[in-house]
Design a protein around this ligand. Structure first.
Ligand code: UDP
Ligand code: MG
Length: 319
């Protein structure tokens, strides 16, 4: 049966919000006559969240739930939700009532009528503490630069809409939920749009992403993604180039040292030991490092060649 919308809601200890969220989504969906499902992914909550989901599912056929045995994180929760989603358009939203279900119809329209692959919410006016909003600005500027998706202001917004193909062809793991637009772009889904969305202060409970280490992890993830998408299948292009440069540098230093010595010998000048010349050490280190980099590239290449994913390409259509 054809279904218009799947709403995927990852949640960790949000028992107070779930009923209100469900009722609100239901109201909006019925007003617009959408066929839909809601997939609550309970990411190892230790409160009564799962119980609430079970109750909701009992009375509402459109409610589904996935329950993790422990807390894995938002990305794994989204990944499982994406696997289950059947709607033409997949919406993700946070469970804490900070995102508004009233945005869904317009997001749906942008995917189906305007032809976007992905539309990301932009919390233009945010109701979060400064400790959250300032680092986020910096984070988004870097993400825009690295990913080349210049039109997004808010990569990490929980409220997003996807064409179904997108969620079935990206792999959100680790803490990559912050970069889903970048993942989508790397998978060949380039029509990425943005919609200003309303944001509210958290009504119940507190944020699950308060720790300072999220910035470091966030940036490290961004570097991995950049590296994987740029050199993942051709590591030699990166390491080989660096290695060769180092090696050439070392070679030049060898020549300087060698010729200096020969010159001194030939002209009967008092000659220094080669180890007294700084060029000797330059030659030594850069040739060793050069060889190492070259080898790293070569080993990387061997690994890439054996990877299961090496010939996994995104095929849009087949006849
Ligand atoms: N969340 C989750 N697993 C986690 C942490 C968070 O499923 O390990 C969910 C959380 O319940 C919420 C969403 O991810 O539905 C966003 O989290 P939160 O509202 O705490 O983040 P913030 O809005 O403060 O960035
Ligand atoms: Mg929140």
């Amino acid at each position: 049966m054809k279904m218009d919308i799947s709403i995927v809601v990852p949640l960790y200890n949000e028992e107070e919000s779930l009923r209100e969220l469900h009722a609100w989504i239901k109201r909006v969906m019925q007003e617009h006559g959408f066929t839909y499902e809601i997939i609550f992914v309970n990411d190892g909550s230790t409160d009564g969240s799962w119980h609430v989901i079970e109750e909701l599912a009992k009375d509402n056929a459109e409610v589904h739930g996935i329950k993790f045995r422990r807390n894995y994180g938002k990305s794994p929760a989204l990944y499982e939700g994406f696997g289950r989603a059947e709607g033409d358009v997949v919406i993700t939203m946070d469970a804490d009532l900070q995102d508004s279900p009233d945005e869904i119809p317009e997001l749906y329209r942008m995917i189906t009528a305007d032809g976007y692959d992905l539309v990301s919410g932009w919390k233009k006016k945010r109701y979060d503490p400064l400790s959250k909003t300032i680092p986020t600005k910096l984070f988004n500027a870097t993400a825009r630069k690295v990913s080349g998706i210049k039109n997004l202001h808010d990569f990490n917004c929980g409220l997003k809409a996807y064409r179904k193909d997108v969620v079935k062809n990206i792999e959100v793991y680790g803490e990559m939920h912050r970069y889903i637009p970048y993942l989508a772009k790397n998978a060949g889904f380039g029509r990425i749009g943005e919609k200003v969305v309303h944001h509210q202060a958290r009504k119940f409970g507190k944020t699950k992403f308060g720790g300072w280490n999220r910035f470091f992890n966030g940036y490290l993830d961004l570097i991995s993604l950049w590296f994987l998408s740029t050199f993942g299948v051709k590591p030699m292009h990166f390491f080989g180039l660096l290695g060769s440069l180092m090696f050439v540098l070392g070679f030049i230093a060898v020549i300087v040292v060698g010729f200096g010595k020969l010159y001194a010998l030939h002209h009967g000048m008092p000659y220094r030991l080669v180890t007294e010349s700084p060029y000797f050490y330059l030659a030594l280190t850069s040739m060793i490092i050069g060889t190492q980099l070259f080898l790293a590239g070569f080993i990387g290449e061997l690994i890439a060649r054996n990877s299961m994913e090496r010939n996994k390409y995104q095929i849009d259509k087949e006849i």
